[in-house]
Write a protein that binds this ligand. Structure first.
Ligand code: KG4
Ligand code: ZN
Length: 348
């Protein structure tokens, strides 16, 4: 609608330089430049390389988004930017750019939480969020279960990974199997050919004892080590590694734990909706298993399309637009980039 807030969102917390423009819950532009290929040979994101790439891509992405949306920057109502959590140097580039843009245009600035933005983006695809939902956010940098009553104000952490993030586990196991970085999509593809033999890999933090203290927490480092040991033993015996079967069994272990705990969190909090976001939400098995398990308890699953699940500027704009719509206070001009911003802080 014409009176819905028109907002630019800037995302630079990791390796994607994203600039999105939304009007209310309508996506107008989503320009993204990724430095992922520059990190591939290191097997993980190199912070300094990411920061430099953001610096180079920022102005071209702002120009591309404005052209794609056919919107003059002067006409926007506010600028939103990821203020944290993320890589410190990478966040700084986005925050500095957003401040410069907001100041020069005379518009309010909203420094927002990256995790809340991953939840808010679902509004662009499925409309307004229900009053209460559980969000499962799984990417290369985070794995969290959140209780969201109001994405602009009340986000409560239920649990998180105590070691590796889910996407990080996908990336490390892919490396072990000789698959390229980032490993998630390659494991997903390889797993489609697997399933001939099922390997019983460990499900972290699911024993009765662990559940007492870590009911909604995750741990993937034991799983990664178990896969490494299994592959090593095979290689030492001079036997070929059945990549597809290992990929399928590993993926099943991750998706089993994620969906089991997410559905348990919905039941424990009375949430009728589960929102899944982050790069790992693109995983085909995770989507199927989540639907299956949630349906048994009349819980509805909302997963945005893969391009909106991975890091992008539209998610930041979506949250920004909701903040403006609800009349929330903008950030101060001395807004810092906060690499370890707590999930309970929606706007810095
Ligand atoms: O959200 P994202 O783009 O960036 C952050 O890390 O914040 O997520 C990237 C992560 C990578 O670890 C990648 O391997 C994983 O998401 N990923 C997947 C799939 N597509 C991307 N993991 C499993 N299955 C996929 N299909
Ligand atoms: Zn993310």
């Amino acid at each position: 609608m014409a009176d819905d807030p028109l907002v630019v969102g800037i995302e630079t917390s990791c390796d994607e330089t994203g600039v999105g423009i939304v009007q209310g819950n309508t996506l107008l532009a989503d320009a993204i430049a990724s430095s992922v290929e520059e990190h591939a040979r290191f097997g993980g994101v190199v912070p300094e390389v990411a920061s430099r790439a953001h610096l180079e891509a920022m102005v071209p992405m702002i120009e591309r988004a404005s052209a794609e949306a056919d919107v003059a920057l002067d006409d926007v109502d506010a600028i939103a930017v990821t203020a944290g959590p993320g890589l410190a140097g990478a966040l700084l580039v986005g925050v500095a750019a957003a401040k410069a843009l907001a100041l020069s245009l005379g518009k309010p600035l909203y420094g927002v939480n990256h995790l809340s933005a991953h939840v808010a983006v679902d509004q662009l695809e499925h409309g307004p969020l229900p009053e209460r939902c559980v969000a499962l956010l799984v990417s290369g940098g985070h794995s969290s279960l959140l209780l969201v009553d109001d994405v602009t104000a009340a986000v409560e952490p239920l649990g998180a990974t105590i070691d590796d993030a889910a996407g990080e586990a996908f990336d490390k196991v892919a490396r072990l199997l000789g698959l390229p970085f980032p490993g998630g999509p390659h494991i997903d593809n390889a797993a489609r050919e697997g399933g001939h033999i099922t390997l019983d890999f460990p499900r972290g933090l699911t024993s009765n004892r662990d559940l007492e203290r870590h009911r909604f927490d995750f741990s993937f480092s034991g799983l990664k080590t178990a896969v490494a040991r299994w592959v090593e033993a095979r290689e030492q015996r001079g036997e070929p590694v059945p990549v597809a079967d290992v990929a399928a069994s590993f993926q099943e272990a991750v998706c089993d734990v994620l969906t089991r705990k997410a559905v348990d969190a919905c039941r424990a909090t009375g949430a009728g909706h589960l929102v899944i976001g982050g790069g790992v939400a693109a995983n085909s098995r995770l989507r199927v298993l989540a639907e299956e398990r949630a349906a048994r308890h009349q819980i509805k699953v909302r997963v945005p399309r893969p391009a909106l699940c991975t890091d992008n500027g539209a998610m930041v704009a979506a949250l920004g637009s909701e903040l403006v719509r609800r009349g929330r206070e903008p950030s101060a001009w001395d807004l810092p980039a906060d690499s370890s911003m707590p999930v309970t802080t929606v706007v810095a």
